[in-house]
Design a protein around this ligand. Structure first.
Ligand SMILES: O=c1ccn([C@@H]2O[C@H](COP(=O)(O)O)[C@@H](O)[C@H]2O)c(=O)[nH]1
Length: 307
């Protein structure tokens, strides 16, 4: 399957492209996080130029070995406009190499401001165009209507933070929703359920008018569920995932943060075959001469777990 999205309103959704990438390359995603200390270890300056060289080298190592990369926007943003220019060139390289690119920018706002973020990242031809973007739902999933709609129209994806890998988030993400359709659920569970229903609606599953291909495939609206967590503590039963138009899961927290790939199935249960296993520091710290080997080793480990 082509990694290229279809033109507006036509057939190839982000979820279908993601399924194609999984089938061809497996579920590993290489994070592109040019921390200062990594730039130093890679003998690169801690500048926009250094972050660009780093990102482009990671893309070159990832191309053909994995199907997905996740640049962390913050590490480019710290250099201001020069950093964004550097990121644009990294994104161009990645998309030209046929990689699906998830921009980890965690954007979130309401109405036209949310739309403006979406236009920056999800519009075909935009300098910062990516294939999918991470979004923060703190202002309500409904506040993200415009990015979700634009993504659907342009064959792009979005990943809404639901249960994040950092321990400081649990007390908010486990809090109980007070009212509305998800009253009584944890915030994380409410976001997961809302996204699941949106995927079902977008695919036509709820209307009963859907092809078998879409019904059993992945949706284009994903969630972030960290690999460091016991999801049951968030009220999420991973053995009860919707079987139609499944929700893709972006899973940071493997590797450096302590998540173990051997636990993929026990952490994610029925969601496991839609999980994007994302690792940054654990791969990037291999350095410029050993990164290809590190990626291949991780790909093999994920493949062995998935069977
Ligand atoms: O819940 C989340 C959401 C995003 N992240 C981001 O993923 C990477 C993780 O890097 P590692 O080096 O593999 O720990 C980083 O860009 C985070 O900002 C996350 O960790 N958890």
């Amino acid at each position: 399957m082509s990694a290229e999205p279809a033109a507006t309103g036509t057939a190839v959704s982000f979820g279908e492209r993601l399924s194609g990438v999984f089938a061809e390359h497996g579920q590993l995603c290489v994070g592109i996080d040019p921390h200062s200390w990594l730039l130093r270890d890679w003998n690169l300056p801690d500048t926009a130029n250094g972050a660009e060289s780093f990102g482009r080298a990671v893309v070159a190592a990832a191309a053909g070995r994995v199907g997905l990369v996740k640049p962390q926007v913050a590490f480019y943003e710290r250099f201001g406009s020069a950093g964004f220019a550097a990121l644009e060139r990294v994104l161009t390289d990645a998309r030209q190499a046929g990689l699906l690119v998830i921009g980890d920018a965690k954007r979130g706002d309401l109405g036209t401001s949310a739309l403006a973020y979406a236009e920056a990242w999800l519009s075909p031809g935009s300098p910062l165009e990516v294939d999918a973007l991470t979004l923060a739902a703190y202002m309500g999933v409904g506040s993200l209507e415009s990015p979700i709609t634009l993504a659907a129209a342009t064959g792009k994806g979005v990943f809404l933070l639901a249960a994040t890998s950092n321990p400081e988030a649990a007390h908010i993400q486990r809090a109980i929703v007070a009212e509305g359709p998800y009253a009584g659920s944890s915030v994380a569970r409410a976001i997961l359920d809302d996204v699941g229903e949106r995927n079902a609606r977008a695919s036509g599953v709820l209307e009963g008018a859907v092809s078998a291909r879409v019904a059993t495939g992945l949706g284009s609206i994903g969630v972030v569920l960290g690999a460091t967590l016991d999801l049951a503590a968030f009220g999420i039963d991973v053995h009860q995932a919707p079987t139609e138009c499944r929700t893709p899961v972006l899973a940071p927290g493997f590797g450096h943060q302590g998540g173990n790939i051997m636990d993929l199935i026990s952490i994610y249960g029925e969601y496991a075959d839609g999980v994007i296993v994302s690792e940054s520091r654990s791969v990037l710290s291999a350095g410029p001469r050993r990164i290809e080997e590190a990626i291949e080793r991780r790909v093999a480990e994920v493949g062995a777990v998935r069977g």
